[in-house]
Design a binder for this molecule. Structure first.
Ligand code: BTN
Length: 263
């Protein structure tokens, strides 16, 4: 693949609506950072901020994992957001962010992307990206980190410890990251603005469209116990519902589980 176009604030801002531009104002872009999430978390008194980096030297993944972040044309994106108070459905925020990213990828022209509960972006059973939410102080602030493989070479991705894929390979073209980031902002900011009025019953329908695990056999590992069953969507708290062999259903919260699809 050809050398990726650099990340460019003006390119991104020119592709979002004026009302969103008024919210975003400035995008902090770095050639290299330890972690875009960590940088935003360290900013004092910031209610809003966006940070991008060409590479991360200590990229963070969920469950204490490392997020491989070479300088090869991937997206390392973080956004800091401030709610007036901790939203009632805070546990569903990661799901909402996932849907925003899936919709943005669709706007970009991708078909076939899916979401693996709770926070993975998948394409044909392989991980295309991930989302990491970290709470800032005070507690109604959150840093939303999105990592997307948009230019991961085989060499750079060799140390990734799960099956992964790359958008430039899937689409057979180099990715205009500025255009894709603008699409993410067009989806994500209105979703965050609406989140205090979040309505789970209507969101469940949106989620179902992207739900990779729906009706699939899964194994859920809570650290203490291991469960097997058939995934069957979200329950009333946005937890993953699993139908067990004895006919009962059990719900799992994202904080306590890792989920593996069984082939
Ligand atoms: C996952 O484990 O699936 C979540 C990965 C999140 C990675 C992104 S890259 C931008 C932001 N900065 C980080 O250090 N992590 C997130």
């Amino acid at each position: 693949m050809s050398v990726p176009m650099p990340l460019d604030q003006q390119q991104i801002l020119s592709q979002i609506q004026p009302e969103l531009r008024a919210v975003v104002q400035e995008i902090h872009i770095f050639p290299s950072l330890d972690s875009t999430n960590a940088w935003l978390l360290a900013q004092p008194n910031h209610c809003f901020g966006i940070c991008l980096a060409e590479e991360q030297t200590a990229g963070r993944g969920r469950r204490g994992r490392v997020w491989q972040s070479p300088k090869s044309g991937n997206i390392y994106f973080s956004l800091r957001w401030c709610f007036e108070q901790v939203p009632a459905h805070y546990a569903c925020l990661g799901l909402v962010v996932g849907v925003a990213v899936a919709e943005a990828l669709a706007e970009y022209g991708l078909e076939g992307q899916m979401l693996k509960w709770p926070n993975d972006i998948y394409y044909q059973g392989q991980k295309l990206g991930g989302i990491l939410l970290q709470t800032a102080q005070p507690l109604q602030q959150v840093v939303i980190g999105i990592g997307l493989n948009t230019g991961m070479s085989l060499e750079a991705g060799a140390s990734i410890d799960q099956t992964w894929c790359d958008l430039s390979e899937i689409m057979q073209q180099s990715i205009d990251r500025n255009r894709l980031i603008a699409a993410i902002l067009r989806q994500l900011i209105p979703a965050l603005q609406a989140f205090p009025q979040f309505n789970l019953p209507s969101f469940k329908q949106q989620w179902q469209r992207w739900d990779w695990l729906d009706q699939q056999p899964v194994q859920v590992d809570t650290g203490r116990e291991r469960w097997q069953g058939i995934a069957c969507g979200l329950d009333e708290q946005g937890q993953l519902q699993v139908a067990l062999a004895d006919g009962s259903r059990r719900a799992f919260s994202s904080a306590e589980v890792s989920v593996r699809q069984l082939s």
